[in-house]
Design a protein around this ligand. Structure first.
Ligand code: 9MR
Length: 347
């Protein structure tokens, strides 16, 4: 006990000293600096807003605070291969994002290769197993090779598990035409195209211990046992202020995936403000959830904490003001919560 207390007070002293120095030099530490010191990828989804010259705050915020970025939409199949000619690939927006990330020293997460939601119309027209296997193989190989070592983390398969009872694989997935091993096929193909890339299965609603996370556990365990090259699991974490990190069993859930030898990342964090209470109370609750998500992530030695956007106004669910920068790019209490968790976590 005594030992712990003294460690805590040393940490508190170091923290206040660090803060004093930072304040004295007029510089508050950024998320990016603190995450770098801890070897954590910390960042978020970027959109074309990054290139909007009328909104310099977007790029300034991304480059000041994020050491990692992910394209919100530009690397989806519907963006890259939407042409009715399946051989026609559109990489311009995605390439511009990768170039910006490289210039700013940021790691890029690739999102996402196989996802029912972003499949172009021509994929739905393929009804033959062999033809779907060819289409998937060509698409994954072309995209992963195109980015080469510029992208070394890929969400290979996204949201394949159903939300229904029993949580089998969803039945509205056009790629399932390729056969029951279509997930394994996707991972094997991505691995062949870039053997150095870390390959992820990514899904939502799987943060806590529940039926869907049980189904995901069974899925990835089966993949590992079949020798499929999967390196990690992405937990999206699209949540709201009613979510209780503690009650959900999130730490035990993440840990069971770590115990399989997999990496764990929070990939699309956002926390909508819901319920009654004053704006101030809701912001405080949001900050609490953000802080707990990050400390839980760090407790299982996660490798990334990625948020789904930058400022509230460009969020896919802007009404819930789910991010850590407000409409004017000012830091919300949730930002401060993340800073504090990183500062307390040690290096
Ligand atoms: O935020 C994205 C939104 O702009 C797109 O219209 C939508 C469909 O492509 O996808 C959203 O991002 C999703 C992500 O790719 C996968 N997980 C759920 C995200 C929110 O819907």
């Amino acid at each position: 006990m005594h030992y712990h207390m003294s460690r805590l007070s040393i940490a508190a002293l170091a923290l206040s000293l660090g803060l004093t120095l930072a304040l004295a030099s007029g510089q508050a530490p950024s998320l990016r600096t603190l995450a770098n010191e801890r070897g954590l990828l910390m960042g978020g989804a970027i959109s074309s807003e990054l290139f909007n010259a009328d909104n310099p705050d977007e790029a300034a915020t991304v480059n000041r605070e994020y050491n990692a970025v992910v394209a919100e939409n530009a690397m989806k199949m519907r963006a890259i291969a939407n042409s009715p000619n399946p051989g026609n690939y559109l990489f311009a927006t995605a390439d511009a994002m990768v170039a910006s990330a490289q210039k700013n020293g940021q790691t890029v997460r690739g999102h996402t290769l196989v996802w029912h939601d972003s499949a172009p119309a021509w994929i739905y027209e393929i009804k033959e197993k062999a033809a779907m296997r060819v289409a998937m193989t060509q698409y994954i190989t072309t995209v992963v090779r195109h980015f080469g070592d510029r992208i070394n983390i890929w969400d290979v398969v996204n949201e394949a598990i159903s939300d229904g009872p029993g949580n089998p694989l969803r039945n509205n997935n056009p790629f399932a035409v390729a056969g029951p091993d279509f997930i394994a096929l996707a991972f094997r193909t991505a691995h062949a195209a870039n053997p150095a890339a870390r390959l992820y299965y990514n899904d939502y609603g799987v943060e806590g211990l529940n039926g869907k996370s049980d189904a995901m556990y069974a899925l990835v365990k089966g993949l590992l046992e079949g020798g499929v090259p999967i390196n990690g699991v992405g937990f999206q974490a699209h949540l709201d202020t009613n979510f209780s990190v503690g009650d959900s069993g999130m730490q035990a859930n993440l840990q069971r995936f770590r115990n399989l030898g997999l990496e764990v990342q929070l990939t699309e964090v956002d926390v909508q403000m819901v319920g009654n209470g004053s704006e101030k109370e809701k912001l405080a609750r949001q900050a609490q959830v953000y802080g707990e998500l990050l400390s839980t992530c760090l407790a299982v030695k996660c490798s990334a904490f990625m948020m789904w956007g930058v400022s509230d106004w460009t969020s896919w669910r802007a009404g819930g003001k789910p991010l850590i920068f407000d409409d004017g790019y000012a830091k919300k209490p949730a930002y401060g919560a993340l800073i504090r968790v990183l500062q307390m976590a040690g290096k």
